[in-house]
Design a binder for this molecule. Sequence first.
Ligand code: ZN
Length: 330
Amino acid sequence: VGSEFSPPTTPPASASPYPWAPAPPARGAKGKRVTASTLLLIAAILLAVSMGISWWSISGSGGGSSGTVNLLPGGSYSTTGTFGGAAGTGSTTYSSVGLVKVGQLYETVLGVGLLATFAAFGAMGLGYVGAFGVFRSRIPLRITLILTLIAFVAAVLPPALLATAQPGAFKADGAAMFGGTGGGGSCAAGASPCNAFWGTAGTGGVTVSWGADVGWYLSIAAAVLVFVALMVLWSSRRQPFTRDELWMAAPHPSAPPPGFAPWPNAPPSPSPPGSTSTSSPYPSAGPSPMPPPPGGFPVASVPACPRCGAPSMYVAQYYRYYCTNCRAYL
Ligand SMILES: [Zn+2]
């Protein structure tokens, strides 16, 4: 900490002559990819939470009793309520009350929802890592896009399926528990969960209302986030992604500047002043109207650091100017 930087007096023979100059920051669609990955992370958390909470509920009250039935993804629904002054909660499997079709729907919701959750988590992880330019091929970017697409479809499908198929499933099961006043083996006439995903009904002093619950809305919200992430990733798909592409995309001067000093203590350019050699890689170094100052290294043609004003160094390895005072690229 705080040790003064002192460059070696002679350049090493290696191909990387500037060991103290770190690699410049990667450029490309990093910001977009980080944004998309963050959206995917939030979506994956929402999806995971939605798998453990109610997606649909029906509440009723009347005659001194009130109760709510919550349908959850998987094999069981829960009941909470007050019946004749006694409060109670419970969990019951769909199949044990004859809700076979409804139970299959909620098993499907769990399966597809978990697929969406894992796809979103996978796309998020790959997206974050890929944003920082560590991959050598574009395959991880394609996998990220495919996983994001899978997550979107798998997040949209369960709420859409439930809203369209659940009334028919109740009807097929002849749901006794929702058959109006209770009892009986078939759906009641009039408005009921057998013919509407959302609704209210009142019969004989008992008011019942039903509709989508928090889990259903969370899955929709997650699908929207995944869709935005997919659009952001898609819009950046042609931008640099692999290490090589990022390197190629970094701003390069077409050639090192004339007479640049690659090393503070290096001798002046081997090309003597006035040389008109046509093989020189820096054509303007020959017939320059202003010859470099004798004896010293020419710093005038090197841009000064905008922070400290010191002359910068040209780092050929990265095609960038570097300030050794600030230890930063210009
Ligand atoms: Zn500086």
